[in-house]
Design a protein. Sequence first.
Length: 127
Amino acid sequence: MDNQKLNNLFYAIGRALLGIYFLLPGLGKIFTYSDNLILLASKGVPFSVFSLPLTILIEISLGLFLIFGRYVRVSSIILFSLTILINIYIHDFWNLSGDIQAHEAQNFYKNMGVAAGLLILATTKKN
């Protein structure tokens, strides 16, 4: 397989994996809606009643766009922004202590890697 075909394959797989990373949690939030609403309110997320359905819509629709290679640049930038907001409000390890602090710090760092991947995807010329 030549380099261009391999690059195209890796690009498609990476894009799809990032899409799945958002699609599945977006769907999951539908089935645990009230628990997620309570979490958002407890973390001080502004306009939680509005923010949760918007987050679900963004994660599902833009996750699908990434999977199918549509609107990749704009989807990546919006999902990058959402990921940063989620990190600030939900994975606020600096406000915690003990085991939960370590767990949320791990989620925070993982999300920073995802955010970096989204920025790279947004700058890829295949968009």
